[in-house]
Design a protein around this ligand. Structure first.
Ligand code: UT7
Length: 329
């Protein structure tokens, strides 16, 4: 019997209007365009403005656009999973809020938190429901309002992150295309290097935690960089070798957009040229769960049915991994 695979059959996004440039950041902290471009590769990032607005306020329009574009009714969706580290609230899940806002009434929904690997981990989780044969239309949301946990007085962190939401439709396929393989890793060695100190059950919010700025991202940049640069390249190479992908038959590498230097190192290790790599970090920064689909969305017109595509990510946890898929439309 032919095995059911999950295929991406549509993708859309919502990027907030406000653009925070390197020049504006230079007025907020002691930094400059040259440092940010050389060390990270970011020119600007989009920020969600407005009192009371959260991740779901970007994700809901992304899902609505996806439904419209793929001619899908909200009632047809069986499952919605949201990858995020910046949920609207601690609970309920942001996926529940998105489903409510978009009229998705016949689905169950939940969140996955795997930091910058959240999108790839969620995509594989969702694909397993499709492969089971019991689910026909699953939406994967990758959305983060990173500006809600960035300290805009900390120059080592504030240039890096941006806000965005993306939505992917997954459906079953019996042909050769779709999601083929993945390799994922987690190593708790990363906990101390990248985390949010307060606001969880171990250290609930208090006046003291607010005063100590413990609700913001804590990142030891150099330590994270060292792991990211080797692990993302290792795993991308591993998925290539496992699936007989060569630089010649790979159409695209879609890397998590955390730092241009990490992306370039990964491409070098894979032996591929820059033309085979989707890079838009300069426009959006690191939008955590949204980076990989933001690339697929921007490159959608250039993707062809049957293209060999590798997705690769590294993030907090540490978590890292790669997916091999054949583009399905
Ligand atoms: O997606 C989640 C996973 N996260 C990542 O993958 C992030 C990985 N880490 C990185 O991308 C880089 O480590 C950063 C971009 C965070 C930092 O770049 P770096 O090349 O590692 O810089 P550094 O921390 O070693 O700092 C070098 C210098 C320091 O000054 P001194 O001590 O040499 O005088 C910093 O104080 O750069 C200084 N610096 C800045 N200067 C201007 C740090 N931030 C800035 C800034 N503007 N924004």
């Amino acid at each position: 019997m032919t095995k059911i695979k999950a295929a991406i059959t549509g993708i859309d996004a919502y990027v907030p209007e406000y653009i925070l440039t390197n020049d504006e950041l230079s007025q907020m902290v002691d930094t400059n365009d040259e440092w940010i471009m050389t060390r990270i590769g970011i020119k600007e990032r989009h920020i969600l403005k407005g009192e009371g607005k959260g991740t779901s306020d970007m994700a809901a329009p992304a899902v609505e656009r996806l439904l419209k574009k793929t001619n899908t009714k909200p009632e047809e969706i069986d499952l919605l999973i949201c990858a995020t580290v910046t949920p609207d609230m601690q609970f309920p899940a942001t996926a529940n809020i998105i489903s409510e806002k978009t009229g998705i009434k016949n689905a169950f929904s939940f969140d996955i938190n795997a930091a910058c690997s959240g999108l790839i981990f969620t995509l594989i989780t969702a694909s397993k429901y499709i492969e089971s044969g019991a689910y026909k239309k699953v939406i994967v949301v990758g959305a983060d309002k990173m500006s809600s946990i960035v300290d805009y007085t900390d120059r080592s962190v504030c240039p890096i992150f941006g806000d965005a939401a993306t939505a992917i439709l997954l459906e079953p396929t019996l042909d050769d295309n779709g999601i083929i393989d993945h390799t994922f890793y987690t190593d708790g060695v990363g906990i101390k290097h990248l985390h949010q100190k307060a606001g969880g059950s171990a250290k609930p919010a208090s006046h003291e935690t607010i005063d100590a700025k413990e609700h913001y991202i804590y990142q030891e940049g150099q330590a994270v960089f060292k792991f990211a640069v080797s692990k993302m390249a290792d795993v991308a190479l591993e998925i290539m070798e496992k699936n007989n992908i060569t630089p010649e038959n790979l159409a695209w590498l879609v890397p998590h957009q955390a730092n241009n230097r990490i992306i370039e190192a990964t491409a070098r290790r894979m032996g591929i040229s820059k033309d085979q790599v989707m890079i838009n970090i300069q426009k959006y920064g690191n939008t955590t769960s949204a980076t990989i689909p933001l690339c697929l969305w921007e490159w959608e017109d250039q993707l062809k049915k049957g293209d060999n595509v590798v997705l690769a990510a590294f993030g907090g946890g540490f978590t890292w991994g790669a997916i091999y898929l054949k583009w399905a439309y």
